[in-house]
Design a protein around this ligand. Structure first.
Ligand SMILES: [Zn+2]
Length: 357
């Protein structure tokens, strides 16, 4: 997340045919925080089930409190909201609800983030967190046909030791994890703080990704460290890279993928006379962009279709570019090559059918 406004009503779509094309298209999503899919309605249901009192009269009052102006003020609301998640069934319900929404939007594959430190510090065991998520993943694959994997994120503004403890605890559930990530407040928490964590994760065969939020202090330094030092496989956000031809060349040479969330991190402003549209600038720079919804429950309940349709308008995306974004989505997957090719074939078949209808 970067500079953040209030949740908005969905804007009218200029091109209804393109919106229908997006809605029917097989898609993948990589940058979605499970705790960020915790809708207000579910918070009330979980609070009731767990005997907790929420400081809001109803869902509308809770949603009205989602007012934030920057990353720290967003995170305060976000972390407070997840306190209702206590038991294995809570994590199951949260995960299944997201996967059901995603499947309904023709998302056929997703790699989801979760923030275990925030749960461990409230006394929730890792077995309840990963157990509930993994059970929901299995059920959603069987019942809804959506394939998913799980990425353990380090909460970068907590201590390095806390992150290492979470990694060590998480490694007991190694088979349920595909990778590690790095999220939360970037200010004062550069990627090198987690050098040892990323090296250890790699040694255990996990893939690695890291948030490089837009317009942070020393943003380009953080992107450089993530690429060269942490040796990330992907970058989450990373839009400021377009300000450095050298880093763009490096990312292109490595075939690096970027998970971009235009809802609230779609514009570069810092030090610029004219704001820059992230998706447009990254595509024009020849970078491998994928699009995701980030924390949809806190961002107007806009899930991937809504985000893509809005991006088509704001970044003036052609249908060919939309297909490129979707294709990048499957190419970026941390899956065996044969599975990626099967998903790409589904996308190609959809595009061919649409071209001839
Ligand atoms: Zn994020």
């Amino acid at each position: 997340m970067a500079t953040i406004g209030r949740a908005r009503a969905v804007a009218p779509v200029k091109d209804a045919a393109l919106a229908r094309f997006i809605a029917g298209m097989p898609k993948a999503e990589y940058h979605v925080h499970l705790e960020g899919t915790l809708e207000a309605e579910m918070k009330f249901a979980l609070a009731r089930r767990n005997g907790l009192q929420l400081p809001f009269a109803d869902v509308a009052a809770m949603k009205a409190s989602y007012r934030y102006h920057d990353l720290p003020s967003f995170l305060a609301i976000y972390y407070d909201g997840m306190k209702v998640l206590l038991r294995e069934q809570d994590f199951y319900d949260l995960t299944y609800a997201y996967l059901a929404k995603a499947a309904a939007q023709n998302v056929i594959y997703t790699e989801m983030f979760f923030d275990p430190q925030e749960h461990l510090k409230r006394g929730v065991p890792m077995a309840a967190v990963i157990g509930g998520i993994s059970r929901a993943r299995r059920d959603a694959r069987t019942r809804l046909g959506i394939r998913s994997q799980l990425i353990l994120c380090f909460v970068r503004d907590l201590s390095a030791q806390s992150a290492m403890d979470a990694l060590d605890t998480g490694l007991a559930f190694r088979k349920d994890l595909v990778g590690v990530g790095l999220d939360s407040d970037e200010a004062g928490n550069p990627p090198e703080k987690f050098r040892a964590h990323f090296a250890k994760a790699r040694a255990h065969g996990l893939r690695v990704t890291a948030h490089c939020d837009v317009d942070q202090d020393d943003t380009l330094g953080h992107i450089r460290t993530a690429l060269l030092d942490l040796k990330v496989d992907r970058i989450d956000h990373g839009g400021n890279i377009v300000e450095s031809p050298e880093l763009v060349a490096l990312a292109r040479q490595r075939g690096m993928f970027f998970t971009v969330c235009p809802t609230f991190s779609g514009t570069l402003r810092k030090g610029l006379a004219t704001p820059v549209d992230v998706v447009r600038a990254m595509l024009d720079a020849g970078l491998n962009v994928t699009i995701s919804s980030d924390d949809p429950a806190y961002m107007g309940s806009e899930y991937l279709d809504d985000v893509l349709i809005r991006a088509a308008d704001r970044s003036a995306l052609t249908r060919t570019e939309i297909v490129t974004l979707a294709r990048n989505g499957f190419r970026a997957a941390w899956l065996p090559e044969a599975e990626k090719q099967a998903m790409l074939a589904r996308l190609n078949a959809y595009v061919q059918r649409a071209d001839h209808s």
